[in-house]
Design a binder for this molecule. Structure first.
Ligand SMILES: CC1=C(/C=C/C(C)=C/C=C/C(C)=C/C=O)C(C)(C)CCC1
Ligand SMILES: [Fe+2]
Length: 353
């Protein structure tokens, strides 16, 4: 075997070792959500003040930082150096898309909110499709159509199950976001929370979940149903989770310990320094490297939070208002983040089986 071929094989083994560590970390953190289910079922809903804690923590822990390495991931995934040009591209993307969408919140807050839910559905779904392929080895998602269906299912879990199970809290949070810009406008969303709409969503989305898991079961090799079983267990687990844990708490924990953690592991795997550390199981080294990379633009994200807070017509004063302001900040930052992650998907062949 040539020296190149030996190096490639060693590379492949190392990458597989890194993905195994990522799989273990993400599954371990996922079981935190199980704890939240058990606590809620046994002890009832935690007090409202406590429900805000994970979202508040996500400002500095996992949540906001997960997108703060967007300026580094594309060149790293390509094996290219980070250049002034690549930085300017991501900077320009954030400036253009972010400010256009921020303007949209002022001009048409109801439409901006609906777009936020749709973008989150797509983005959280795309993140899970990557994790299913790279961490779980989901060979049952072998066609692009099956991956698209998995995207809708995985993204629909956090965005649609709370709508079906907790319409009042959903409407309340929607009202605070829209109300930051136009207190009278939130009434336009009311029909979305009516029982017939929720029933239709439950039937439609439930059918998609059944279709996705059913087709996957048919495609999974009979000798290796493991990845399908993980997919099915995660899907059912997340349905139970979002149907029982109150949504502000449920989404706060999910954002940190599911979506952001999985994406952070993905960014570590494309980074030579953090990736090598993960392969050796040196998770602390990988975390320190990530924290250093993400710190400056996490602070940048906080500036966006302050800027939007100063610009909204009514100064946010209550905890729900601050949460609304934070979610609008996330919305504005997420749109360009989705473009970066979609580029990453392309480089990593997530949509080209
Ligand atoms: C908190 C919360 C909601 C919305 C949260 C959203 C939409 C979060 C999006 C986060 C993103 C896009 C993070 C980036 O990866 C709902 C569903 C209205 C229900 C009530 C609680
Ligand atoms: Fe993300």
């Amino acid at each position: 075997m040539s020296r190149d071929a030996i190096a490639r094989r060693a590379d492949g083994r190392a990458a597989a070792a890194g993905r195994r560590v990522a799989a273990r970390v993400s599954l371990g953190a996922g079981s935190l959500l199980l704890v939240a289910i058990v606590t809620t079922v046994l002890g009832g809903s935690p007090p409202l003040a406590a429900q805000y804690v994970p979202l508040a923590l996500s400002v500095v822990v996992l949540g906001l930082p997960h997108g703060a390495v967007d300026h580094l991931v594309v060149p790293r995934a390509r094996g290219d150096p980070v250049t002034r040009r690549s930085l300017a591209f991501v900077g320009g993307l954030y400036l253009l898309l972010g400010s256009a969408y921020a303007a949209g919140w002022f001009l048409a807050p109801v439409a901006a909110f609906v777009l936020f839910i749709l973008v989150t559905l797509v983005h959280w779904g795309q993140g899970d499709v990557y994790a299913l392929l790279a961490f779980v080895g989901a060979s049952h998602l072998e066609t692009r159509a099956s991956r698209l269906l998995a995207l809708v299912v995985r993204g629909g879990l956090p965005m649609l199950v709370p709508l079906i199970a907790f319409p009042e809290q959903y409407a309340f949070v929607a009202g605070t976001l829209v109300g930051l810009f136009d207190p009278g406008a939130a009434a336009a969303l009311e029909p979305a929370f009516a029982r017939p709409v929720r029933t239709a969503v439950a039937i439609g989305f439930g059918s998609l979940v059944a279709l996705s898991l059913g087709l996957g079961f048919g495609r999974a090799e009979s000798d290796g149903r493991g990845p399908w079983l993980v997919d099915a267990a995660e899907t059912v687990g997340l349905i139970v989770y979002f149907a029982t844990v109150p949504p502000i708490l449920a989404i706060g924990l999910y954002f940190c310990f599911w979506h952001s953690l999985r994406h952070i592991l993905r960014t570590m795997l494309v980074d030579p320094v953090a990736g090598t550390a993960l392969e050796r199981g040196a998770i602390d080294t990988a975390i320190r490297r990530f924290a250093r990379d993400a710190a400056p633009l996490t602070a940048g994200g906080l500036l966006v939070f302050v800027a939007i807070g100063l610009a909204v017509p009514r100064t946010p004063a209550t905890v729900p208002d601050l949460l609304a302001l934070y979610l609008v900040t996330i919305a504005v930052l997420t749109l360009p983040h989705v473009v970066v992650v979609t580029l990453l998907d392309r480089i990593q062949g997530v949509w080209t089986p």
